[in-house]
Write a protein that binds this ligand. Structure first.
Ligand code: 9WN
Length: 479
């Protein structure tokens, strides 16, 4: 723990207020208006912060989520609150229809959820929550109950989602990596025929500026992909999603969580070795499949990529963003072929920096990632106040629109941790100070202009409050 200057005025009281107001009694919603249900990776980040207010509440947050786990091991990205009117969020429970459409995959019968997933930060969150009060955790059997569920979750990702066959987890929808409209998805999404505009109604625009949110065309494609997945019974191997991507953020978080699972196993007297082996195997696969030495960054692999794709809006060809690759399987077309190839997407997303979180990342790669973070593309400690979600120099950069440029607090919290892990305490301290100040001045915004810190999206956003509180505690600014 390093001691530092006092927390920015209003940080800890404001963070506590936000987390109190957004607490429902069994979990914390990201934002009561825009996101009025429980979200998967939000709850993990929220518990990391709320453990400093009440370890029991943080345990409860994660247990509520884990209770909605499907029989096949997946943790759904949304757990719906039946008390919230169905039209409050789109797509809601009547769209996903998990209890029926997901029955074969073991969806809970009495809790409605979505059918896709989000990044696996949960084992890391459980370990951190345990550490906040090991005695209360042990007394309530928190880790003992969580461990088999977390292990099943990781098994699902490892078995059902290694759709490229190269040892990494694939995502089947842009909502799964949590960075919904990242420009990294533009090329893979271009081959998805959007659902017609009149067939659904967006609820997000009731709460946010259209210029801060994904476009209607993006939404049409999100809806099409989700409906196809649902109509295939949420099956992974047979469904053949039109969108199939290996994302470095998702895989890096899985590795960090696999290390956490090894520690949890050891605390419980179980065998930690398989988790350590799995973490090492995943790290090797991550480097092998997604590291691009020339870029100094991990890139996404588009498993259907490797050649020019057609833009379904115009019918014409779009810019080929893929760096080579070979074999691919297009959905609906005959036997599944070898998907090991695909193509790297030549867009610089912040997810490509997240492997900095991985213990055991080769030192030369960690050093290159730090250089990239501090370079012109991400501006850490230089041009940017907080690390942007996407390349400051990228052709699609937009400082207002969601994951196409704005800075997000969870990404910056993860990078702060990664910088510390890889021996960059000064950069980490400076980033921590910037996160704390920006959290307060932005009113705990959902995301901010990466240059000025000006608030974007909704305010009083739960993970912004939680992660700022966590950093304030780490800085010795809050007991
Ligand atoms: C779709 C809840 C979630 C976050 C995601 C963020 C946003 C949802 C949406 O909100 O996505 O899952 O409706 O836009 O992109 O990361 O978990 O805060």
């Amino acid at each position: 723990m390093t001691s530092a200057r006092p927390a920015p005025t209003g940080l800890t009281s404001g963070a506590r207020r936000v987390l109190q107001e957004n607490w429902t009694g069994s979990c914390t919603v990201p934002s009561p208006g825009l996101y009025p249900h429980q979200w998967s990776w939000d709850s993990a980040f929220i518990a990391i912060g709320s453990r400093h207010i009440s370890p029991r509440r943080a345990q409860r947050e994660l247990e509520t989520l884990l209770a909605a786990q499907w029989g096949d091991g997946r943790i759904p990205h949304i757990v719906f609150n039946p008390a919230v009117p169905p039209a409050a969020y789109f797509p809601g429970p009547d769209f996903w229809r998990s209890a029926t459409a997901g029955a074969a995959a073991g969806a809970p019968r009495h809790t409605e959820t979505s059918g896709i997933v989000q990044p696996p930060v949960h084992a890391l969150a459980c370990l951190l929550v345990h550490r906040a009060d090991p005695r209360s955790s042990a007394r309530h059997g928190f880790l003992a109950r969580a461990y088999p569920r977390l292990a099943a979750w990781h098994r699902y990702l490892g078995r059902a989602r290694d759709l490229g066959g190269g040892g990494l987890v694939s995502v089947v929808h842009p909502w799964e990596p949590g960075m919904d409209n990242s420009p990294c998805w533009d090329a893979p999404l271009a081959r998805v025929a959007p659902a017609p505009p009149g067939t659904f109604r967006r609820a997000d625009l009731d709460h946010g500026a259209a210029s801060d949110r994904p476009t209607d065309l993006d939404y049409g494609r999100y809806v099409r992909l989700a409906a196809d997945y649902r109509d295939g019974g949420y099956a992974d191997h047979t469904a053949g999603s039109a969108f199939l991507v290996e994302d470095p953020g998702v895989n890096a978080l899985l590795i960090a969580s696999e290390h956490a699972l090894a520690e949890i196993a050891a605390l419980l007297g179980a065998d930690a070795a398989p988790h350590r082996t799995r973490a090492a195997d995943l790290t090797a696969a991550l480097v092998d499949r997604l590291w691009d030495p020339a870029a100094g960054l991990f890139l996404c692999r588009d498993l259907h990529g490797g050649g020019p794709v057609r833009d379904l809006r115009s019918g014409g060809p779009v810019r080929d963003l893929h760096g080579g690759g070979s074999v691919r399987e297009l959905h609906g077309g005959g036997p599944v072929r070898d998907l090991r190839g695909g193509g790297l997407v030549r867009e610089f997303g912040a997810a490509g920096l997240l492997p900095l979180l991985v213990p055991g990342l080769p030192g030369d790669i960690a050093a290159a990632l730090v250089r990239t973070a501090c370079g012109d593309h991400f501006g850490l400690g230089r041009t940017a106040r907080l690390v942007p979600s996407y390349d400051l120099l990228g052709p699609a950069f937009d400082l207002a629109r969601y994951w196409r440029g704005p800075a997000w607090f969870n990404v910056n919290w993860l990078l702060e941790r990664g910088l510390r892990l890889h021996g960059e305490p000064e950069l980490a301290d400076a980033l921590r100070t910037a996160v704390l100040e920006t959290a307060v001045t932005s009113g705990f915004a959902e995301y901010v202009d990466p240059y000025t810190g000006e608030a974007r999206g909704t305010r009083d956003f739960s993970w912004t409050a939680a992660l700022a509180l966590d950093l304030a505690v780490a800085a010795g600014q809050e007991p």
